[in-house]
Ligand binder design. Structure first.
Ligand code: HH2
Length: 264
């Protein structure tokens, strides 16, 4: 799943793809690089991001979804039912839902649905992470399974679960979730993982004594964690840097399968 943020303020690519033609071109580049799905979003969820009115979010994403949908599977990344509905009408066939509340939209429209774990609103999720004391893996599994079961009862035929890496979680929480990804996979629901360029990778992408790496310096860690997730059973990874991730994931999957009998 390649990320396409049609926003002025996303944490790593804000403003780059706000122009319609550039956004569509970027989406087609993600396809050429090997993305199976392009995830189009019009509202940043980074801590402190300004809320986006429905009309503005629709204005950003609908023309881009309509232009890309004939060429690739498109997901609409939103927390708003109205945007999800209009996104599907424009051609999206997955609702990527960080709020894990929009299954009725997916059920009504007969499209796929990604349920992500979000323990608190993004505006307060950093404080929430510091206060959190429970077993993060158990909580995330229970939360996602209960949402997935409700969606299944409502008639959603394609349900994905996503631990919400970086959402209301400390670096240790994120690493624990990655380490125990097999527990999410064991639920039987296909798992999506999004680590790409996220903040917890900053200190892991710099030398001792250096400042944490900025988003542009987190490529290797992003690719490594995506490959890790796939080898642990994730069915999809949500990434900004599609080409290097596809190479790494193919290699990791091939190595896991004994490289298909290759001799050299
Ligand atoms: N992460 C972001 C946004 N949407 N959706 C899913 N399913 N999983 C994720 O981990 C996820 C997501 C945040 O990343 P990004 O879109 O790059 O940033 P921003 O929210 O600032 O636009």
């Amino acid at each position: 799943m390649g990320v396409l943020n049609v926003t002025p303020d996303s944490f790593s690519d804000g403003g780059l793809w706000l122009d319609h033609d550039r956004a569509v071109e970027r989406g087609m580049t993600l396809v050429a690089e090997g993305a199976d799905v392009v995830d189009v979003g019009g509202e940043s969820t980074r801590p402190g991001a300004a809320p986006v009115p429905v009309e503005e979010e629709l204005r950003r994403v609908l023309p881009v979804i309509a232009a890309l949908a004939p060429h690739v599977r498109v997901s609409v990344d939103t927390r708003k039912a109205a945007v999800a509905e209009a996104g599907v009408a424009a051609g999206a066939s997955i609702v990527n839902d960080i709020s894990a509340t929009l299954w009725p939209v997916a059920a009504g429209a007969g499209v796929g649905w990604v349920a992500m774990h979000l323990p608190a609103d993004p505006s307060v999720m950093v404080e929430h992470a510091e206060r959190y004391r429970g077993d993060i893996v158990t909580d995330v599994v229970e939360y996602l399974v209960s949402r997935a079961e409700r969606a299944e009862e409502a008639g959603v035929g394609e349900i994905w679960i996503d631990p919400g890496i970086g959402f209301g979680k400390t670096a240790e929480h994120n690493l624990r979730l990655l380490h125990h990804l097999d527990r999410l996979v064991a639920t039987g629901w296909p798992v999506v993982v999004g680590t790409s360029r996220k903040r917890f990778l900053g200190p892991l992408s710099s030398l001792p004594g250096e400042e944490p790496a900025p988003p542009s310096g987190r490529l290797e860690a992003s690719v490594a964690t995506a490959a890790w997730a796939v080898t642990r059973g994730a069915a999809m990874v949500r990434v900004h840097d599609v080409a290097p991730t596809v190479w790494a994931v193919r290699l990791a999957a091939g190595a896991g399968a004994g490289a298909g009998g290759a001799r050299s």
